[in-house]
Write a protein that binds this ligand. Structure first.
Ligand code: S3P
Length: 433
């Protein structure tokens, strides 16, 4: 596997940068555009492997779409009138849980059989959480391990809406059910134990669908029409956090990320950092399809420990690896709990993170539902293995940025899943004084 040298000296991060388009919004933009009537135009699409998997899956369902690789502009011809068609081949979702789970929600209403699979990591991840509700709505689904693992085969059907309480907060599951609900008879209501990211709700509304949100419940009526739209995808706040987090920890830094998504269900990490004493500020500058967009500025800070738990966890679930790296530099004991979901992401993020941080000299303890980080500790160089998980590779790169020694991240190319441009953006942040 190729390795990458993450840093040699601690150079401050300064100036103004942008990060690639939000991955979650990019998936949804392509999917909603595919369900709409008319032509949609999406600018600033995330060009990572996961979003490409969604584009390929939609093509598999017969959707006509183009993505300009040079400028991230996608044009999607909505399939509303004809509907999606039975794919002629297996849909390979690669590493992308969003593509598979949301794709199952689409396939549930497509006449015929849809076969969906993914890479070794995705084939290990639990799918019954989506399969069960879709079965209750009328779809027939089978697959490995009693239909809990891909490959999965879906026989689409006339669906009926459901009222369902999810045992875990998951935006992917919620979205799959809502997408199926759009094609079902009657009303579909999803209640979560805590609020997960709400992009689907906001974007559906902006595309003309009457979506009702009450606390942690969301409902819509089957047969609602999705209107074609134009959207500029905001920058991904989880991608921004790698750079902003490094800026907090490196002396003489002051980094501004512009055009980044500020959806409150995505930026709980910023609140946590403020609690830790970080100099980090947000300013909203606009709204895109119901999604607030703006600027985040972070400068070098003295940090103290905190506790991350409960209802705030779903709104920072992807950011815990980065926050854990940051916590190694905070004074005191930082505890992450109620985050067992991390064990069923692209890797077991708790054990992968703990193993890697230990190699780098951090004082960390693994817990069944999270981890404990005792800081501050001086990180050292070393070879770390992100287990093919993009978020871990990027979090370890942040660790590399704050050591004076060499950190080698094996299988670095996995960052292509969400943030292929990381080293370029980092270079810009380090170059501008
Ligand atoms: C996502 C939801 C989260 C997150 C993933 C993207 C989404 O997964 O971890 O990176 O776009 O809906 P869960 O819904 O499984 O928590």
């Amino acid at each position: 596997m190729p390795t990458k040298r993450a840093r040699t000296t601690r150079r401050p991060l300064r100036g103004v940068v942008e990060v690639p388009g939000d991955k979650s919004i990019s998936h949804r933009a392509l999917i909603l555009a595919a369900l709409a009537s008319g032509l949609s135009r999406i600018e600033g699409l995330n060009l990572g492997a996961d979003v490409r998997s969604t584009a390929a899956a939609l093509r598999g369902f017969g959707v006509s779409l183009t993505v300009d690789e040079d400028n991230g502009v996608a044009e999607v011809e909505g399939s509303s009138e004809a509907g999606l068609s039975e794919p002629v081949d297996v849909i390979d979702c690669g590493n992308s849980g969003s593509t598979l789970r949301m794709g199952l929600g689409l396939a549930a209403a497509v006449p015929g059989a849809t076969v969906m699979t993914g890479d070794a990591s995705l084939r290990r991840r639990p799918m019954l959480r989506v399969v069960s509700p879709l079965r209750q709505m009328g779809a027939s689904i089978d697959g490995r391990v009693h239909a809990d693992r891909a490959p999965l085969v879906v026989r689409g059907a006339e669906l009926a809406g459901i009222d369902i309480e999810l045992p875990i907060a998951s935006a992917q599951v919620k979205t799959a059910i809502l997408l199926a609900g759009l094609k079902a008879s009657g009303t579909t209501e999803v209640v979560e134990p805590a609020r997960s990211r709400d992009h689907t709700e906001r974007m559906l509304r902006a595309a003309g669908v009457d979506v009702t949100v009450r606390d942690t419940s969301v409902s819509l009526s089957g047969g609602s029409k999705v209107s074609a739209f134009e959207l500029t995808v905001p920058g991904d706040p989880s991608s921004a956090l790698y750079l902003l987090g490094a800026a907090l920890l490196i002396e003489d830094s002051r980094l501004t990320v512009e055009g980044v998504g500020l959806n409150p269900t995505r930026i709980a990490a910023v609140k946590v950092l403020k609690r830790m004493g970080a100099n980090i500020e947000l300013a909203e500058t606009g709204v895109e399809m119901g999604e607030p967009v703006g600027t985040i500025v972070a400068s070098t800070s003295e940090l103290k420990s905190t506790e991350v738990s409960g209802a705030e966890v779903p709104a920072l679930i992807d950011d815990i690896p980065t926050l854990a790296v940051i916590a190694t530099q905070a004074q005191g004991t930082t505890v992450f709990r109620d985050a067992a979901e991390l064990r069923v992401k692209e890797s077991d993020r708790i054990s992968t993170l703990v193993d890697g941080l230990r190699v780098l000299g951090a004082d960390v303890e693994e817990r069944p539902d999270g981890l404990v980080v005792r800081g501050p500790s001086t990180l050292v160089g070393g070879d770390v293995d992100p287990a093919g998980d993009h978020r871990l590779a990027l979090a370890f790169a942040v660790a590399g940025l704050i050591t004076d020694e060499r950190v080698r991240v094996s299988g670095w190319s996995c960052v292509d899943v969400s943030f292929p441009e990381f080293l370029d953006v980092l270079g810009r942040a380090r170059g501008s004084k």
